[in-house]
Design a protein. Structure first.
Length: 239
């Protein structure tokens, strides 16, 4: 497994008896995007170039929660460097390949990272999910159309939950076997701490599936009343 990130502890005023690398100071704010969060966390482990960042993000499954595009990654790295949250520490070239710039997180970047992570973890924020927007206007489907659409969603959620469960079992089995081979038969595997994001996502899928099923049942038995009004025609439902 890769090296572990350094514990994140913000520096206190007066801790600069031995000045460390701080990067350029900027009054502009940290670009708080999921990709910027990933870059700062990776560089908190050790200095690396963007290609290594991209490879590690894919290897570790970050793409399940973060949209990764080459152009966006390089733009994010450049932006963080301009603002002084990371800095270039080495430029290398292998043969005829393009130059690769190795970046490291600055003390200012590490301070911002711990504050940002604390906020993200402790403070719920509105996320404006598309499903919630659809539910606001579900009346336009008519009762039968709403039940049909929700039933399709339930089936999709069931399939996704089963797929993720199978994937997680396979991944854990693979790492357990690899660990046993490397450790002479000792049991091991992926620490739960490093799969919390997928555990959370699966719990959200299961909770949503339970809610959708309950809502469908309530529509069927009438405990969720549907206001009386003209039902949309088949043509309107299919358009």
């Amino acid at each position: 497994m890769s090296s572990q990130p350094q514990p994140l502890t913000p520096r206190r005023r007066g801790d600069d008896a031995e000045p460390a690398r701080t990067g350029r100071r900027s009054t502009r704010a940290l670009p708080r995007t999921p990709l910027a969060l990933a870059v700062l966390n990776l560089l908190n482990e050790h200095p690396m170039h963007p290609y290594e960042m991209k490879s590690l993000m894919r290897e570790r499954g970050h793409v399940r929660a973060i949209r990764l595009k080459d152009a966006s990654l390089y733009d994010t790295v450049e932006r963080l460097a301009e603002l002084g949250f990371i800095e270039a520490v080495e430029v290398s070239r292998e043969g005829r390949r393009p130059e690769r710039t190795v970046y490291a997180i600055t003390d200012g970047g590490r301070d911002e990272l711990v504050v940002w992570l604390r906020e993200l973890t402790s403070l719920p924020s509105p996320e404006y999910p598309r499903f919630a927007a659809a539910l606001m206007f579900i009346y336009a489907l008519g009762k039968d159309g709403a039940i049909a659409a929700l039933s399709l969603r339930a089936a999709s959620l069931e399939g996704e939950i089963a797929r993720i469960d199978a994937y997680q079992r396979a991944i854990h089995q693979h790492f357990d076997e690899a660990y046993r081979a490397a450790a002479g038969g000792a049991a091991g595997g992926i620490p739960r701490l490093f799969t919390l994001e997928e555990e959370y996502a699966q719990a959200m899928r299961q909770a949503e599936l339970a809610w959708v099923r309950q809502t469908i049942a309530a529509l069927h038995d009438g405990t969720l009343e549907w206001p009386v009004g003209p039902e949309p025609t088949e043509e309107e439902q299919s358009s």
